[in-house]
Ligand binder design. Structure first.
Ligand SMILES: *Cc1c(COP(=O)(O)O)cnc(C)c1O
Length: 406
């Protein structure tokens, strides 16, 4: 199979067959082209390449065969016309919007976002004369109000990190079309297998490949997927010029990560849902959030637009009567729980084969401030659990003993 692998094949097949560009050596595993540049047989060919008369690799900031293989494979799995890989997930977030926003333009974004994305919007886009308006992402009336005024781009995560709000993507996509705005969806929590945001109406999807696509804590990477015109137009031009290019080595690790994405994510999602049900019923847990729990406020919507509920469960620890969840007492309770965990590691990553516990208020979502956190329903008693590939019973026992320690 080559880059011409038929798109009708199912994602698990495409994950191992798409994007294979075998060389004259007939290698089994995909080649790793750890090269900065390329050589030309003649000066005239170099001239023709720079003049754009022939299409060939010139320099790895512009393109690299290993990076192409990763892009082609991810595009095939996602069902996207085109994909462009970036050095990190944040480079993908930044470029997906910066490539289309001009001074004076308006960006409408969901309030509940990954911390660094909010910082890019507030500290950089606003400095460049771009207006950013935030909405309550799960509230369709709020979207109606926000998109009654023209906007150039819309940015959402669904489900959101870490509170797992689900955005009605087809609804927002319809409003986006009317407003003439590009709708970009950060699909990290849902994963390429759990939600097809482009089919739901999004114009572009972004990933931090650092998360499930690697899934083994090794490399950073990102990707932007969408139409040929958008991805191989403004997106590609911007990444090539500003240099947020992914390293071929990282692209190779991620390319191989895609081969096991399906088995990993489905196993992790099954364990996550099992533990989410168990956590929800535990007396030391005030609330568990997961899109596929029937207690989730947008459970019906989640079931409609997602085929997997994801690998994250977010819990609010139960506190003694009268204790403010946004307080030092709540934080100490959360720290006691995290420190008591033996199998779960404390880290800020997610989507890994290793189960991870995160205290968002003091790490990933620290910069939001207490007010910003309260606005999305997060407190000092909130803990994000990313579920890995360990045995579900061992994870349950670890959670049980740590909840007892509180
Ligand atoms: C991690 C993450 C990012 C940023 O990705 P990096 O690879 O760390 O740059 C963006 N969005 C979400 C939802 C994330 O979890």
């Amino acid at each position: 199979m080559t880059q011409d692998t038929p798109r009708e094949l199912r994602p698990d097949t495409l994950a191992v067959t798409a994007g294979v560009h075998r060389t004259e050596f007939d290698e089994m595993s995909e080649g790793l082209f750890l090269t900065q540049g390329y050589v030309y047989p003649t000066a005239a060919e170099a001239e023709a390449a720079f003049a754009g008369e022939i299409d060939r690799y010139q320099y790895s900031r512009y393109g690299n065969p290993t990076v192409t293989a990763f892009q082609d494979r991810l595009a095939a799995i996602e069902g996207a016309e085109a994909c462009f890989a970036t050095a990190t997930g944040m480079a993908a977030v930044f470029v997906s919007l910066a490539a289309v926003l001009d001074q004076g333009d308006r960006l409408v974004a969901a309030r509940a976002l990954f911390g660094s994305s909010i910082q890019v919007f507030n500290e950089h886009f606003q400095r460049w004369g771009i207006t950013v308006d935030y909405v309550d992402a799960h509230n369709n009336a709020d979207w109606d109000r926000a998109l009654a005024t023209p906007a150039k781009a819309i940015y959402v995560e669904s489900p959101t990190n870490p509170m797992q709000d689900v955005i009605d993507i087809p609804y927002v996509a319809t409003l986006a079309k009317k407003a003439g705005a590009v709708l970009v969806v950060d699909n990290v929590f849902a994963t390429p297998l759990g939600q097809k945001a482009l089919e739901l109406g999004a114009d572009a999807v972004v990933y931090s490949a650092t998360k499930h696509i690697d899934g083994q804590g090794r490399v950073l990477g990102g990707a932007i997927l969408g139409s040929e015109d958008y991805v191989n137009g403004p997106v590609r031009t911007m990444v090539r010029q500003m240099g947020a290019t992914i390293s071929p080595f990282n692209a190779w690790v991620l390319l191989k990560g895609l081969e096991t994405l399906g088995v990993r994510v489905r196993a992790q999602a099954a364990t996550t849902l099992d533990l989410a049900h168990w956590l929800e019923a535990h007396p030391a847990v005030a609330r568990a959030r997961h899109p596929f729990l029937s207690s989730h406020p947008q459970h019906e919507l989640a079931k409609k637009q997602m085929t997997l509920g994801g690998t994250i469960v977010t819990i609010d620890l139960a506190l003694p009567e009268g204790v403010d969840p946004a307080s030092d007492v709540a934080k100490r309770a959360a720290f006691t729980f995290l420190d008591a965990l033996q199998l779960f590691v404390i880290s800020n990553n997610l989507g890994d084969a290793k189960s991870i516990a995160t205290h968002p208020a003091t790490t990933t979502h620290r910069k939001l401030g207490a007010e910003g956190r309260a606005a999305v329903g997060m407190s000092d008693a909130t803990v994000r659990l990313s579920i890995g590939l360990e045995d579900v019973e061992d994870l349950r026992a670890d959670l049980a003993q740590a909840l007892d320690a509180m």
